[in-house]
Design a protein around this ligand. Structure first.
Ligand SMILES: [Zn+2]
Ligand SMILES: [Zn+2]
Length: 151
């Protein structure tokens, strides 16, 4: 059976996504409330909020800004590994200069399980499997392709 998404009215769509936002936000709030936080001196950021972290049974305070930067670095690393794994360059023109300008384009829209942004909390294997349904393209080729498809 083919399940076609029902056309949504704009207002409906908006209220649904903002409801999800609210849910996420309150879940995040709750997590943060449960986690103690205190203002401490970070060598890099000065006085900032620090969150508690459990490090093999020992409780440590860690700067939230540093933590956020670490997440960004991890994402970048993940993308580097992914791009490297799939040849490291645009399959149409060979462009390989800027990592941010390279992206994974799903060959068949219907096979898409999730978008290939590395912000997802998914396992490396899951990302690899998803990326196999994609072509690695630079931003220009990606746009050209989308344009062709739109015609
Ligand atoms: Zn810091
Ligand atoms: Zn290209």
């Amino acid at each position: 059976m083919i399940v076609r998404p029902q056309p949504k009215r704009r207002s409906e769509k908006k209220s649904r996504s903002s409801a999800i936002d609210d849910m996420r936000l309150s879940a995040y709030d709750n997590r943060m409330k449960r986690r103690p936080s205190k203002t401490m001196e970070c060598r890099k950021h000065g006085l900032t909020a620090h969150g508690q972290r459990n490090d093999r049974g020992r409780v440590r305070w860690r700067c939230r800004k540093c933590e956020y930067e670490a997440v960004k670095r991890r994402r970048r690393k993940l993308k580097e590994m992914l791009v490297e794994h799939f040849g490291g360059k645009c399959i149409r023109c060979g462009y390989n200069t800027c990592l941010r300008a390279l992206s994974f384009h799903h060959r068949t829209r219907s096979e898409k399980s999730f978008s290939m942004d590395v912000g997802h909390r998914v396992k490396w294997e899951t990302l690899l499997k998803e990326a196999e349904k994609c072509d690695l393209l630079c931003a220009n080729c990606h746009m050209e392709l989308e344009e062709d498809l739109a015609l």
